[in-house]
Design a protein around this ligand. Structure first.
Ligand SMILES: *[C@@H]1O[C@H](CO)[C@@H](O)[C@H](O)[C@H]1NC(C)=O
Ligand SMILES: *[C@@H]1O[C@H](CO)[C@@H](O)[C@H](O)[C@H]1NC(C)=O
Ligand SMILES: *[C@@H]1O[C@H](CO)[C@@H](O)[C@H](O)[C@H]1NC(C)=O
Length: 523
């Protein structure tokens, strides 16, 4: 309630600036609990809005925005674009609060790293830009999309569609100024400055390739009359039918139309240079940070996977995440547990075995106030070209994040991330091995050879059925309490999930809810 009141008070300020209609609609929206649905929800764009932007939030550090002349509290989007263009071209990114972490990542992995300065983030809610600016990202809030007049559409179902159409409007603004516009989604990482790769100089559009059509998440538009017509028409479609067809469909439909009549020249960018998520990660077998790099790739689009949680996890696991929020990487105090899944995939019950090991790791981590670094998993289906699997091959990342907590575990590639201090990486315990009944069975079945575990410290709980007691775990690990990374050979059968341990039933229920089965694309 307080939040809503605050927002409304802000709206009162707009009143004085001549936005009385906006505030009225805003009140109506609050009546409909419009903002409670989260950051994903916005009213559809108004037919004839002014493309106002406001800086809002804390002021830009002057060093960050030296080139930009965005100083007044209300400036036009066009002025903001003009201030950020270099060499007649600009990269535009439309973003809302729900995707702020990914936007920070795009900035760090791509714009900052490659020194691409001609970018502008366009925020479409009231919080996202102030959040981004704290990270030195140049962002202007677009007022036209919020709290303005809207139709009677059903917010819940139409919002996403409407939001994507807004990108069309933003591109159009750049084109009308006579600039080349590269529009990119936030779930993208650039490996190279893409501009030299847009080589079709007489093309109106150069667009990345999805499975069957152009992907509106990454394309270059040149400021030609056909490109402007395309965007103006796609925007019209969006206004009329934006609740039913996506931005990509609207754009592609117009593209096809104009192409058929030879009114526009389009180039589909090579999938080899501009791969989508299927080509880069799946066909390219890139599941971990140490997978072969893609030397020819200009960028990758982390698409063809569902849920934001899984996208973020995939970026992290493949070494494409440089967002250090809450010292996710850089903490020097935090302590970790590392373990592997050495039993190979031909074991008949590999799924159960690896689930049990991960459960045991989470349990130990809780006891020891440490954070689990995920292992690699095996294939749970017969495979000819078997490879190691990340967590999303087997479980729903959204559930795992929800019940384990996104900050309570780390990706398998964690220790190889350049943001992790070398002091942490080097501070590791000897390899420990807790003897369990399960391990004894595996040894008997010749899946495992404990005798050959050289330089491994064997720890023997007094009751192999129960697993190590709390006291035993603390005693085993006490000598390494100062060590950052507590390294276990494996953790098969340390704790049986069904058995209930001293962590309490609520904790066990939580952890079992975390293991919701999923498959790689999380569909
Ligand atoms: C647990 O570890 C964190 C560091 O990751 C530390 O800040 C916290 O004080 C520890 N809690 C306890 C109870 O030791
Ligand atoms: C995997 O298991 C098979 C038995 O199914 C065994 O022949 C093979 O040596 C094992 N591979 C490794 C690397 O342990
Ligand atoms: C181990 O624990 C189980 C379950 O509490 C118990 O039945 C068994 O007697 C214990 N074994 C030993 C050797 O203490």
């Amino acid at each position: 309630m307080k939040h809503q009141k605050l927002k409304c008070r802000r709206e009162l300020a707009y009143l004085t600036l001549g936005f009385s209609a906006a505030c009225f609609m805003y009140m109506v929206l609050i009546q409909y609990n419009y903002f409670k649905v989260g950051n994903e929800m916005y009213p559809p764009p108004q037919v004839d809005f002014a493309d106002r932007v406001t800086l809002g939030g804390p002021a830009l550090p002057s060093a960050v925005d030296a080139r930009a002349t965005i100083t007044s509290s209300f400036v036009g989007l066009k002025e903001a674009i003009r201030a950020r263009v270099i060499g007649g071209a600009i990269v535009l990114v439309v973003v809302d609060s729900g995707y702020i972490e990914m936007a920070i990542n795009l900035h760090r992995t791509s714009f900052e790293k490659l020194q691409i300065d001609n970018y502008l983030f366009v925020g479409i809610d009231h919080q996202v830009c102030s959040g981004l600016r704290l990270h030195g990202v140049v962002c202007v809030t677009h007022e036209g999309f919020m709290g303005e007049k809207n139709s009677d559409s059903n917010w819940g179902s139409t919002e996403f569609m409407q939001k994507t159409h807004f990108k069309t409007r933003v591109v159009l603004q750049g084109l009308q100024l006579g600039f080349q516009v590269l529009i990119t989604d936030v779930d993208v990482v650039f490996f190279k400055n893409p501009f030299p790769y847009f080589t079709c100089s007489d093309c109106d559009i150069e667009i990345s390739n999805d499975i069957s059509e152009g992907n509106s998440g990454f394309y270059l538009a040149r400021p030609t009359s056909p490109a402007r017509t395309l965007h103006a028409s796609a925007w019209e479609i969006g206004k009329v039918a934006g609740d039913r067809i996506s931005n990509q469909k609207a754009l592609n439909r117009m593209l096809e139309n104009m192409q058929m009549k030879n009114e526009i020249k389009i180039k589909f960018l090579s999938k080899y240079l501009f791969p989508n998520g299927v080509d880069y990660f799946e066909s390219g077998h890139r599941y971990f940070a140490d997978s072969p790099a893609c030397s020819q790739c200009v960028m990758v689009h982390n698409n063809w996977i569902l849920t934001k949680a899984a996208k973020v996890y995939r970026f992290k696991e493949t070494g494409l995440w440089l967002n250090d929020r809450h010292q996710y990487y850089s903490s020097t105090d935090r302590k970790y547990i590392l373990f592997a899944n050495p039993v190979n995939s031909s074991y008949e019950d590999i799924r159960k075995l690896e689930k049990n090991a991960l459960y045991s790791a989470l349990h130990l981590a809780k006891l020891l106030n440490r954070t689990v670094i995920l292992p690699r998993f095996h294939s749970y289906k017969p495979c000819t070209f078997c490879h190691d699997h990340p967590l999303n091959s087997h479980y729903s990342i959204a559930s795992f994040d929800k019940y384990v907590g996104i900050d309570n575990y780390r990706e398998n590639s964690f220790l190889s991330n350049p943001l992790v201090p070398s002091g942490v990486v080097q501070s590791t315990s000897p390899q420990l091995h807790i003897r369990t009944r399960k391990v004894d069975q595996l040894v008997r079945a010749q899946r495992y050879e404990i005798d050959r575990l050289e330089e491994t410290l064997m720890l023997n709980p007094s009751n192999l059925t129960l697993g190590p007691s709390r006291g035993e775990v603390l005693a085993f690990c006490a000598p390494y309490s100062h060590v950052s990374v507590l390294r276990f050979h494996s953790l098969y059968g340390v704790y049986e999930m069904e058995r209930g341990h001293d962590m309490g039933a609520a904790y066990d229920a939580l952890i079992s809810a975390a293991f919701k089965r999923g498959q790689y694309r999380q569909l």
